[in-house]
Design a protein around this ligand. Structure first.
Ligand SMILES: [Zn+2]
Length: 189
């Protein structure tokens, strides 16, 4: 009698065990699905960019400004010079993941996540015209060119950089941020 109940007990615990395994499998598949989806979006969607400063072309930046020595590190992006107040559009559409108002070296700055799992950084803005969570396209105005942060006292410009975790395009490894930075110049239309 006791043995039967013991077997019964073991059977019940086996059922629980199987149920837990099934739940765990469901969770793992969901995670794989979400991560896989993100990677698919990140890797397979186009990543072509435009010059983010309205009306600006190749004359607006130094073609060698990416990764030139900058103090004790490298210049991780490019500086696009324009009149203070010139509208800034996203180089490519995406979702605004963060904005910072007059903080640190970047001053007023914006981070936009796009395809390619790329983070686009727009800094030294005179004003921010978007907010975290906003979906933005190439036509949206996200801010205006300025001289905030460590650009104070220098000619107004947009510091623009692209960071990612997937090596792509003309990329450099940055040991300080443990991040890959992509040269935007070769990718601009
Ligand atoms: Zn810069």
């Amino acid at each position: 009698m006791e043995r039967t109940s013991l077997i019964g007990y073991i059977d019940t615990s086996n059922d629980l065990y199987l149920h837990a395994i099934r739940t765990m499998k469901k969770i793992i598949w969901t995670i794989l699905f979400v991560v896989g989806g993100m990677l698919a979006i990140g890797i397979f969607l186009p990543t072509k960019i435009q010059n983010p400063v309205e009306g600006c072309g190749k004359e607006s930046y130094n073609p060698k400004s990416f990764w030139h020595p900058w103090g004790d590190h490298k210049h991780r992006g490019i500086d696009i010079f324009a009149k203070k107040g010139t509208p800034v559009h996203p180089a490519i559409g995406g979702i605004v993941v963060a904005t910072a108002h007059n903080k640190g070296a970047g001053g007023n700055c914006i981070l936009v996540l796009s395809s390619g799992l790329r983070l686009h950084y727009y800094a030294h803005l005179s004003e921010i015209d978007t907010h975290a969570g906003a979906i933005v396209s190439r036509k949206s105005i996200i801010g205006k060119v300025g001289d905030t942060g460590n650009a104070k006292g220098k000619p107004a410009h947009l510091h623009y950089s692209i960071a990612t975790i997937i090596p792509q395009g003309d990329w450099r490894w940055d040991p300080k941020f443990c991040t890959i930075f992509i040269n935007p110049i070769k990718e601009m239309e």
